[in-house]
Design a protein around this ligand. Sequence first.
Ligand code: AMP
Ligand code: GLY
Length: 430
Amino acid sequence: MKVLVIGSGAREHALVRGLSADPDVSAVVAAPGNPGIDLIAQCEPLADVCDAAAVLAVAARHTVDLVVVGPEAPLVAGVSDALREAGYAVYGPSAAAAQLEGSKSFAKEVMASAGVPTALAHVCTTMAEVEAALDALGAPHVVKDDGLAAGKGVVVTDDREAALAHARACLAKPDGQLVVEEFLDGPEVSVFCICDGTSVRALSPAQDFKRVGDGDLGPNTGGMGAYSPLPWAPTHLSDWVIEHIAQPTIDEMHRRETPFVGTLYVGLAMTSRGPRVVEFNARFGDPDGQVSLARLVTPLGTLLYAAATGRLDDADDLHHRPESAVVVVLAAEGYPAAPVPGGTIEGLDAAAEVPGAWVLHAGTRRAEDGRIVAAGGRVLDVMAVGADLASARDTAYRAVSCLELAGGHHRSDIALAAARGEIHIPGSDT
Ligand code: AMP
Ligand code: GLY
């Protein structure tokens, strides 16, 4: 089987790596890919991942059997639809199904119809509605832009003025709409559900670190690190998520005649009243997807092809290795506010030589003289596996210490609290 992967980040690098390891995958092509992917697969230029005609041309040129669409933007833009209409097996939802990520209010409406546990929410289009919702739900306030905002659309604050200011900015956009939500306490978990339109399988849960600084300080980012498994979480959490969240959601999408084929990313808060959905995304998380995928033993190409062709029921159950996986993100100077591009990266070979570690490229570019330079906010994902979280994080940080990027920064506490047994679900005595 020949597979085409659309995208250029560390998530796509991880997908290419996983697909290449599947004996039933004969070749992997990535468009546009990145300098890390280029070492293990063929990269094809693609100026705009949302340009369906250009994606179709790459798929046709390589006569691929399966297309895996990595990021949310091409999904919401309908690239999967164009590929499916042309007869390709596609792993990635239609534009209509990707609205589970593309519109927070749509996701809330589907959750309500499907009986999925989530935060109480008010959809608002005027400041009067916002004020009433803030009063009804109380502090801390959670105000979310309705549309895609690359991780920057959500403000969580005790400060009513800050909540109102964010609301004003959201409503000032064309067709501005927002959601005011009840605050959910408790640690967050990401569960990646592989869906074929009617059936669901779930990867082992991961935890993501969204804030830029140690101790969860500073602004939100796309994610600064992650780990899996979660020793503090209930043992059968993935099964619980399938039964109470993913399957009812998939059934509801099927009932609406917009079946969901691809990854339903269930972002949960483990609250004192049980798990509640914080968000749905329509793709693997980045970097949290990378640690779940690193532990997946089930051949990835076969699995995603089964999902893309509606035959997940015929596929074997998912298997994960018992070892722990940790990823630490190396970000460019100035990230997330104003990342500085062009910094030279040194030490990639030394980092990859650390036993148990490997490096995924998140935002890099090969300069004309052959140097690898930073070309994005998040630059590299340093991955590691180990017998337990403590050893995986030790390996990851040893590999991080081999890398040099002027002004680059990373968190030093990824998976630390979990390795020390310091994470607790509110109201539970575990
Ligand atoms: P979202 O874009 O919906 O994933 O939100 C981004 C981040 O904001 C989440 O990962 C949470 O850390 C935080 N967040 C979102 N919704 C809530 C909520 N209802 N209560 C507490 N924190 C939230
Ligand atoms: N790491 C969070 C996300 O991919 O949205």
